[in-house]
Design a protein around this ligand. Structure first.
Ligand code: FES
Ligand SMILES: [Fe+2]
Length: 462
C-alpha cells in the first residue's frame, strides 16, 4: 500500500497535471516513490528487453532487466525467442553470469543444476544419492517471464500475467514505430553490443526528454549548432509535430528549419527509400517524407532517436537510428543502454557514416549525450532535497498558444509545433495513474481500469 502522504502527492499531482499543467517535483528523486514505482509501473508495463537481431542464432542470449528482475533472453534450440528469470530454482543463484553469448545449456555455478535454453531443468548432480531420483525435474524449470511479446523486431517482457497484449499496449504508437522499424524488407540490425553507462539521474528524465523536449535543444545543445553538427538555426527543433497516444507513449517529428533544405526521408539511401515507399501506408509516407529528426518514448523507458546529423563540422549530415533504454537502478541512478541500428540492406558507406554520426553525437561520449546527462544529474541531485521536493514543476508550454492539429494524417493527439509539453504531461499523467492504482484493482499492464482511474480522480478532486 502507498503511504498516505505519497498518495496525497500523487492524487494532487493527477489533478494538477490536468488543471494546472504542473507535475510534483517529488516524483523524481524519492526512495519511497521509487519503491512503489518498481511494482506499480515496472510491474505492469511492457518493458523493452532486446532486439531480435541481437540473438539471430539458436543458443544466442543476452541478459536484460525489468526493474531489478533479470532475464535471459535467448533463442532456443527450435529458434523460438524466450525469456527466463536468471535465477536457479534451487537457491536462486544466477545461472548465467555473462551478459551475452551462445549456450545450449545454463549450469548453475553453486551446485550445478543445469537447464537447457528452453528453461527445462535437465541435470541435477548426484540425483540418485541426494534425491533418490525422486526430484520431478519438470516442476523446477527456470521461471519464464510472465508475458513475452515481439513487435517488428523489438522484444518486450511484462511481469503482469493479466496484462493486455503488446499489440494493444502499443496501440496507435505502432503507426509511428513502423516508420522507424519497418522501412526495409530485410529489417534492422543492432550493430555491436549496446553501449552502457551509469548516470546519477532518475530514469524518467531521459524518458521525459526524448518524448517531447525539443525546447531544450536551443539552450543545452546550442554549442552543437555553433560547431556545425546541428542545422544552423538554434530553434531547429521547433518545426515539427508533437504527438502522443494512449498508455503514455509519444514522439516529436521534426522537419527542416525554414530556408534550410535537407534531404527527404532523413536522407536515407535510395534502395531503402524505394522499399519504404512500398512498405509504409500513404499516410506514413506523408508523415515521414519531410522528416529530419524523430524523437520519442515508448512508455515507460524505451526511447528512440532517428536523427539527421553531421559527425563533424565538415561532413554532410547522415541519419542514424538509436534505441535508448533508461534502466532504473535507484531513485537517483540509471543505467543507460544505447543501441545503434541500421537497415541490413543499406549500402556499406551509409552504415559506416551512420555509425560515426551516432557515436559522435549520442554514443557514450557523444557531444549531445554529454550535454543532456549533466542536466539530468543536476535535476536529480536538487530534487532529492526536502524543500525542493515540495514544489511543482511547470509543464505549461503551449497553453493557450495552439490547439490540436486537425489536419495531421497520423493517429494520436497531435500539435503543430514541437515546442510543446503535451507529450510529457501525457506520460506523467499515465505514470501517476499507475502509481495511485492499487495492484488488486488494475486490469493489467499499462491498462488502468476505467473504474480505478475514475476512483483515483474522484479521490483527487475530493
Ligand atoms: S543454487 Fe543453483 S544448484 Fe544450488
Ligand atoms: Fe538533448
Amino acid at each position: 500500500m502507498l503511504r498516505d502522504e505519497l498518495r496525497q502527492i500523487l492524487e494532487k499531482g493527477l489533478r494538477d497535471v490536468e488543471a494546472d499543467w504542473t507535475v510534483p517535483a517529488a516524483i523524481i528523486n524519492d526512495p519511497e516513490m521509487h519503491d512503489a514505482e518498481r511494482e506499480r509501473v515496472f510491474g505492469r508495463s511492457w518493458v523493452f528487453l532486446a532486439h531480435e537481431s541481437e540473438i539471430p542464432e539458436r543458443g544466442d542470449y543476452v541478459v536484460r532487466y525489468i526493474s531489478e528482475d533479470q532475464f535471459i533472453v535467448c533463442r532456443d534450440e527450435d529458434g523460438e525467442v524466450r525469456g527466463h528469470l536468471n535465477s536457479c530454482r534451487h537457491r536462486g543463484m544466477q545461472v548465467c553470469r555473462a551478459e551475452m553469448g551462445n549456450a545450449s545449456h545454463f549450469r548453475c555455478p553453486y551446485h550445478g543444476w543445469t537447464y537447457n535454453n528452453k528453461g527445462s531443468l535437465v541435470g541435477v548432480p548426484a540425483g540418485r544419492e541426494a534425491y533418490g531420483n525422486k526430484l520431478d525435474k519438470s516442476l523446477w524449470q527456470l521461471k519464464p517471464v510472465p508475458k513475452l511479446g515481439t513487435y517488428k523486431g523489438l522484444v518486450f517482457g511484462c511481469l503482469d500475467p493479466d496484462a493486455p497484449s503488446l499489440d494493444d499496449y502499443l496501440g496507435d504508437m505502432k503507426f509511428y514505430l513502423d516508420i522507424v522499424l519497418d522501412r526495409s524488407d530485410a529489417g534492422l540490425q543492432v550493430v555491436g553490443a549496446p553501449q552502457r553507462w551509469v548516470v546519477d539521474a532518475n530514469w524518467k528524465l531521459g524518458a521525459d526528454n526524448f518524448i517531447g523536449d525539443a525546447y531544450h535543444t536551443m539552450m543545452t545543445h546550442r554549442s552543437m549548432v555553433e560547431l556545425g553538427l546541428a542545422p544552423p538555426d538554434p530553434k531547429f527543433a521547433l518545426y515539427g509535430e508533437h504527438v502522443h497516444t494512449e498508455h503514455g507513449h509519444g514522439l516529436g517529428i521534426i522537419g527542416p528549419p525554414p530556408g534550410i533544405p535537407l534531404p527527404e526521408f532523413l536522407g536515407m539511401p535510395e534502395n531503402i527509400v524505394e522499399q519504404l515507399q512500398r512498405r509504409l501506408s500513404p499516410e506514413q509516407v506523408e508523415v515521414f517524407r519531410p522528416v529530419a529528426f524523430i524523437h520519442g518514448t515508448v512508455f515507460p523507458n524505451l526511447s528512440i532517436g532517428n536523427f539527421l546529423m553531421s559527425k563533424d563540422h565538415v561532413s554532410p549530415p547522415t541519419s542514424f537510428l538509436t534505441l535508448r533504454l533508461w534502466h532504473p537502478i535507484g531513485p537517483d541512478k540509471m543505467e543507460i543502454m544505447s543501441f545503434f541500428l541500421v537497415e541490413k540492406e543499406a549500402p556499406d558507406w551509409y552504415k559506416e557514416e551512420s555509425y560515426q554520426a551516432y557515436v559522435r553525437t549520442f554514443g557514450i561520449s557523444g557531444a549531445f549525450e554529454q550535454d543532456d546527462a549533466e542536466n539530468w544529474r543536476s535535476i536529480t541531485r536538487v530534487l532529492g532535497a526536502q524543500y525542493a521536493k515540495k514544489m511543482e514543476l511547470n509543464y505549461q508550454m503551449g497553453r493557450g498558444v495552439y490547439e490540436p492539429d486537425p489536419d495531421w494524417p497520423g493517429p494520436g493527439k497531435a500539435f503543430p509545433m514541437d515546442y510543446a509539453e503535451a507529450n510529457q504531461r501525457n506520460f506523467m499523467e499515465y505514470w501517476m495513474q499507475l502509481m495511485v492504482t492499487d495492484p488488486a484493482s488494475h486490469t493489467g499492464n499499462g491498462k488502468v481500469s476505467d473504474e480505478a482511474a475514475a476512483e483515483a480522480l474522484a479521490r483527487a478532486e475530493a
